[in-house]
Design a protein around this ligand. Structure first.
Ligand SMILES: [Zn+2]
Length: 341
């Protein structure tokens, strides 16, 4: 029996020396310390021995078992250390290599100018109101005082969808109706930014898609003086304090009276240049007092409430600021253009 135990110990330790890797180690443990191992088998045979031999053999079994367990733990530790050393060797990091440059993204020029404008309006207490890009004919035209067959509709060449009376919005103005119907009779101070679509011949000056930024203020006792003061304050925030401005009478179906708003040409300082076509002025937006019909369609009694509205083209203003001579650059995805901003 004792001889057999010595053999087990010798063979087990010899086998452990050849173990490489965790799977091997687990197999070794099952083979030499598991339930059906020779050592466990020897333990079940102990009671059959005569007392003197049983005592001696019992002690050896325990010694060998403890010895093998310790040897197993030692081998496991050695294998772990080896694995770490190997991975350090293999995955060495060369800290002297130059880093890989990460290309830094940037905001699209339209987004830049839109954010600049929204920041100016937010300072003046206007909230951003987002509205949908697909609209009904009624919201895009009818409720804005342009019933069917109204000649003013010709100013907006329209993309129609396959669904009758559903169109791509030609301006952000239908958002005015949405916000009025949602809030009436509470006062309103909102700006409505977003993409608009027109079925146009694409050229250096016209695109089929472009951003608009519209504004709307509704309340009691709002006058044309408020409109003028607000737009002048915006121009100063956008183009610098003290910038000269002027209003010119105009006509829009949804405002009465209506006015175009110009700022002094910031390219030539009002002297006259090619950007301002020698006039010294740049037209930046259209505006007016909200038409009583539009107020009523939005749920406000025009006898009690009044308001003003305005709309401008962020891309157009960006073009003026940077003397960009072709609006098609904005959506052409040409990096040589986009990376300049
Ligand atoms: Zn000029």
């Amino acid at each position: 029996m004792l001889e057999k135990l010595e053999t087990i110990e010798r063979e087990a330790l010899a086998a452990l020396g050849g173990v490489e890797g965790a799977d091997d180690l687990l197999r070794w443990k099952q083979r030499w310390l598991g339930k059906s191992s020779e050592l466990t088998q020897a333990m079940t045979e102990l009671p059959e021995l005569d007392p003197a031999e049983r005592h001696q053999a019992g002690r050896r079994v325990n010694e060998i078992k403890t010895g093998l367990e310790q040897a197993h733990a030692g081998r496991a530790e050695a294998l772990r250390t080896q694995a770490v050393a190997r991975s350090l060797e293999r995955e060495q990091i060369d800290v002297t290599l130059p880093g890989r440059p990460q290309p830094v993204g940037r905001l699209h020029p339209s987004t830049q100018v839109l954010r600049q404008m929204l920041a100016a309006w937010r300072q003046m207490g206007f909230e951003v109101y987002r509205s949908r890009e697909v609209e009904t004919d009624e919201l895009n035209f009818g409720l804005l005082n342009m019933p069917e067959h109204h000649p003013a509709r010709d100013m907006w060449d329209t993309f129609y969808t396959t669904k009758p009376a559903v169109i791509m919005r030609t301006h952000t103005s239908p958002g005015q109706i949405h916000v009025m119907r949602e809030r009436a009779p509470a006062p309103i101070r909102v700006v409505l930014p977003g993409m608009c679509y027109r079925y146009e011949q694409i050229s250096a000056r016209t695109e089929i898609q472009f951003n608009q930024l519209e504004g709307l203020a509704i309340g009691r006792h709002i006058t044309f003086a408020d409109l003028k003061g607000t737009l002048i304050a915006f121009a100063e925030r956008m183009f610098g304090a003290g910038v000269r401005t002027r209003f010119r009478a105009s006509h829009f179906p949804f405002t009465e009276p209506s006015a175009e708003f110009d700022v002094e040409c910031f390219v030539c300082g009002g002297q006259g240049c090619s950007v301002c076509k020698k006039t010294g002025w740049l037209e930046i937006l259209g505006s007016g007092m909200v038409h009583p019909v539009v107020l009523r369609n939005g749920g406000y009694d025009p006898e009690l409430y009044s308001g003003f509205a305005f709309g401008m083209g962020p891309e157009r203003i960006k073009m003026l600021q940077h003397r960009i001579d072709d609006i098609r650059y904005f959506w052409a995805n040409d990096l040589r253009f986009l990376e300049q901003f």
